[in-house]
Design a protein around this ligand. Structure first.
Ligand code: GLN
Length: 470
């Protein structure tokens, strides 16, 4: 049962062939058996709790990245700073899932405060890629994608600030969806970079992503940036017939990609041609600056958001200090890991007086230029396709230079800077048995087009059936 999709399990429950409890117990068994090796979970809930067994999900368990609150459970953000922090309210996505009849199987490991691309910065240890245990699963939602790929979760929610849903989804061979900024409430998601953060589903197939998007999308009064835009039933767009769809191919970037990524992109271009789509090369001239832009904006916002961890309001406090200032200093020195400190320093510098105009303001202007590139492409095309990542999963410990690590998000970051929705779906398997991802992007609030484009492609291929479910 832990190998099935959410929608097939819903069907089996509706047909009274199984119960959610059976699925829950099967998953628990698999987690107990497998997770010492994979390390996809920070906490596992041993008892199934469901507030609405009659809901659409009938009690089926979902895994949650450990930066979203479930009332009464720990939210650690994979940081020593919040190691013992218990949430006192539900995130809006959790409230919505509960109403829809979900239970929760546990909280997934991640990069500390969602800063990273490999899940190596977690205070709770590295997560391993189920396809190859010597490789990283991607990040920062690497615990969630590894859990889904390894049969330790049916589906999960992750967060994506610069690619943290899509990049690990690509490297673990699962589906990862980042909605339009504002489509899903951020209430109860621990803030990293507030103008970029979005929550989204991590699933085994496109239909499951559409089902979870139906549940978690919509205006929330508690998040002032959540959008009051009608939410369609996304499952109605899952059709094999996408003839005439206009797709822009961002193929300029292929020269920087591994052979496996190039091969699978070439095959996917052929698939869309066979499906009767109109494909053309496009250019996004300013996206080459997206890494530099992101690494001003994201750390600036992070340095402000993370100032709340001061040893007083919540979380860890150093045990030995001499006065208030020393307490702040020791608490933050001991409570945060290296990558988090690096971001705080970068961000504080970019926002400091005299530098604001030179860095932060300039980065915001550049963000506009990148958005204009996408706006002009979407005047003519329904969707853009490009690889999710330049390479397959790399080895644990391989990237020690932070700049090299930052480059692994080169294709995902622009969707966050421009607020547009984007999905990563499995796109092939390399000769050394590692998955690659196809990224599909569309204009703001055009999740419908992405689902159409992704579903038709998925039906032509069966990569997702090969995920190494243990
Ligand atoms: N890898 C990027 C970073 O380290 C993105 C992280 C994310 O999307 N949360 O900032």
């Amino acid at each position: 049962m832990h190998k099935k999709t959410l929608h097939s399990l819903i069907d089996l429950i509706n047909a009274k062939k199984i119960t959610a409890k059976d699925v829950y117990e099967d998953l628990l068994k698999n987690i107990k058996h497998q997770d010492k090796q994979i390390n996809a979970y920070i906490s596992v809930f041993d008892d199934m709790e469901c507030e609405n067994l009659d809901g659409f999900l009938h009690g089926l368990p979902i895994a949650i990245k450990d930066n979203m609150h479930i009332k009464g459970k720990k939210t650690t953000c994979a940081s020593k700073m919040l190691e013992n922090f218990t949430a006192i309210f539900d995130a809006d996505v959790v409230t919505r899932l509960k109403k829809a009849g979900a239970s929760f199987i546990g909280k997934n490991n991640m990069d500390e405060f969602a800063m990273g691309s490999s899940t190596e910065t977690s205070y709770f240890g590295v997560v391993k890629n189920p396809w190859d245990l010597s490789c990283i699963p991607g990040g920062s939602s690497g615990g969630s994608t590894a859990a889904v790929a390894n049969g330790e979760a049916i589906a999960a929610l992750g967060s994506d600030t610069g690619g943290s849903i899509r990049q690990p989804a690509a490297l673990c061979g699962v589906v990862g969806f980042k909605p339009t900024y504002g489509r899903v409430s951020r209430y109860g998601l621990v803030a990293f970079a507030s103008s970029l953060d979005q929550i989204g589903p991590i699933t085994r197939d496109v239909k499951d992503a559409a089902i979870l998007m139906n549940i978690i999308s919509g205006k929330d009064e508690k998040d002032s940036t959540s959008a009051n835009v009608d939410v369609p039933d996304y499952t109605q767009f899952l059709s094999r017939n996408i003839k005439g769809m206009k797709i822009g191919v961002y193929d300029k970037v292929l020269k920087d990609c591994s052979q496996a990524v190039v091969n699978s992109m070439e095959e996917s271009i052929q698939t869309y041609k066979d499906l009767g789509c109109e494909l053309e090369s496009i250019d996004l001239p300013n996206t080459k600056y997206c890494i530099s832009d992101y690494y001003i904006i994201a750390p600036a916002e992070a340095s402000s958001n993370l100032s709340r961890y001061d040893g007083i309001k919540y979380g860890f406090r150093s045990s030995e200090y001499d006065g208030l200032l020393d307490m702040y200093k020791k608490t933050r020195s001991e409570g945060f890991g290296d990558e988090v400190k690096r971001r705080i320093m970068l961000g504080t510098y970019a926002l400091s007086s005299g530098y604001y105009d030179a860095y932060y303001l300039k980065a915001q202007k550049l963000r506009n230029l990148i958005k204009q590139d996408f706006d002009s492409v979407f005047e003519k095309y329904d969707c853009i396709i490009m690889p999710t990542t330049p390479t397959e999963a790399f080895k644990i410990g391989e990237k020690t230079d932070p700049l090299q690590m930052y480059l692994s998000d080169i294709f995902t970051i622009s969707a966050n800077l421009t607020a547009i929705p984007a999905i990563s779906i499995p796109n092939g398997i390399s000769h050394n048995n590692l998955p690659t991802g196809l990224q599909i992007l569309s204009d703001t609030f055009r999740e419908d087009l992405i689902f159409k484009c992704a579903y038709a492609f998925e039906q032509e291929h069966s990569f997702y059936k090969k995920i190494p479910l243990s």
